[in-house]
Design a protein around this ligand. Structure first.
Ligand code: EPZ
Length: 413
């Protein structure tokens, strides 16, 4: 979709099944390039980043088919080692093909990745760790020329980069000896990647902890169900918190969303768990205190804009500190156009609750910033117009349809 029209001021109410995680399915799709085999992935989200990744893989010689959330992949044929630069530049996770192709082929020519503009997004942690395992890497224009299977050894990450952890795990599948990653990211999506790879025969221990060990092992195809998307869940919960309704989410592991649930509870939402799922009932919100983003298990940076949008009318002031990305307040001007009172300075944003929000014509800046704008518009009086809504298609499947299912007045074109 290019433009979404939202007439706000209505409470959202209903039940939704959380979709499969974008940030789990993308590394798992990349992982199939490391292993000759046939794979069946279920609970896959119907999102553009998956479509782009499948096209990238097809260009390498990996066929896949998708139907109703089930993706079959066949990576048994001969592979190319050079992903299409145009497609690779559309998303950040294309860089994970580096680890996968090194494992499979012992070489790769990787175009620099794209993805949401959130400030600097270098690859130094990926490259330094891989070079430390003996991989020869040089930058030629906007491509990374990589040669050599990783040697066994220890890879140290001074910052728990999600992508660097995933790239190292994938490269280690083809290493000449065991690889230990120290300082690994602990996100649930990394555990899901490890669960998938273990089903493929990989010997991985410690996934989800700061110390992950991968031992070379014979690998084969497998079936895997993608874990639910905790950030999509946060999006729906914050949308309902902003509009004053009641929402039940199924398919969600609340433990993976604990920091968001804690803050929504502190803001005054009633949250309970039952056999039906996780239910949030929104009330008049008050500022929950300070929100500091960080690597898992801290408050997720991907939920920062989303929670900020939910708190625009909360009584009191909420201070946000964004510690993960250098420029992740790009959604703030659009929220202010809706009538929000937000001041930013460096990595801080102070949100003072206002009595009411009003419609505006705004443009999405990135995936989660766009979602935040939708949430703001849902809480605003009048009809807002959000352009560049294609950002949302990258990570939210059937977004407008699911909003309508909750009672939102939404049109798209
Ligand atoms: C993953 O991005 C997610 N994307 C992001 O979600 C998420 O925000 C991020 O992890 C943090 O949780 C996918 O999984 C596809 P990082 P990634 O490497 O791997 C710096 C969304 O909205 N860094 O953990 O790129 C980097 O600049 C997206 O779904 C280096 O300095 O995140 C950033 O400031 C947005 N050098 C910080 O680390 C490096 O070599 C975290 O980056 C790598 C990263």
């Amino acid at each position: 979709m290019n433009t979404i029209y939202i007439t706000g001021g209505r409470p959202l109410t209903g039940t939704l099944a959380v979709q499969g995680s974008k940030n789990a399915v993308l590394p798992i799709l990349a992982a199939t390039a490391a292993i000759p085999g046939r794979f069946v992935l279920t609970n896959c989200p119907a999102i553009r980043d998956v479509t782009v990744t499948r096209s990238l893989m097809e260009g390498l010689g990996i066929q896949s088919r998708e139907s109703a959330g089930l993706i079959t992949v066949d990576s048994q044929g001969p592979l190319q080692s050079v992903p299409d630069p145009g497609l690779a530049g559309l998303l950040r996770s294309s860089v994970l093909l580096l680890g996968a192709l090194l494992a499979r082929l012992g070489e790769a020519e990787i175009p620099l990745p794209g993805g949401c503009v959130l400030g600097d997004r270098p690859l130094d942690l990926h490259l330094k760790a891989l070079k430390g395992l003996g991989v020869r890497i040089c930058l030629a224009g906007d491509r990374l020329l990589c040669k050599g299977r990783p040697e066994g050894g220890i890879a140290i990450l001074p910052y728990p980069s999600v992508g660097a952890t995933e790239n190292l795990i994938l490269a280690a599948l083809g290493a000449t000896g065991p690889v230990r990653i120290i300082g690994a990211a602990r996100e649930p999506e990394i555990r899901d990647l490890a669960d998938f790879l273990t089903a493929c025969g990989a010997r991985i221990t410690g996934a989800g902890t700061p110390c992950v060990r991968v031992e070379p092992a014979p690998l084969h195809g497998a079936a895997h169900r993608i874990l639910p998307d905790r950030i999509e869940a946060a999006t729906w919960l914050c949308a309902v918190a902003a509009t004053g309704g009641t929402l039940t989410l199924t398919e969600l592991d609340p433990a993976q969303l604990q920091p968001v649930l804690t803050l929504l509870g502190l803001a005054g939402c009633e949250i309970r768990e039952s056999a039906a799922g996780l239910t949030l009932h929104a009330a008049a919100l008050q500022a929950p205190g300070t929100v500091v983003t960080g690597p898992y298990p801290a408050f997720p940076t991907d939920a920062q804009a989303i929670l900020m949008a939910a708190l625009l009318r909360a009584s009191g002031a909420t201070l946000f500190r964004e510690t993960v990305f250098s420029d992740r307040f790009r959604h703030v001007p659009a929220l202010c156009a809706l009538g929000a009172d937000i001041r930013t300075a460096g990595d801080l944003a102070l949100v003072r609750g206002v009595g009411a929000l009003h419609a505006a014509e705004i443009s999405a800046t990135d995936l989660r910033g766009g979602a935040a704008m939708v949430i703001g518009a849902l809480a605003a009086e009048g009809t807002s117009v959000i352009r560049d809504a294609w950002h949302l298609d990258r990570g939210y499947g059937k977004f407008a349809e699911r909003l309508r299912a909750l009672g939102a007045d939404v049109m798209t074109e």
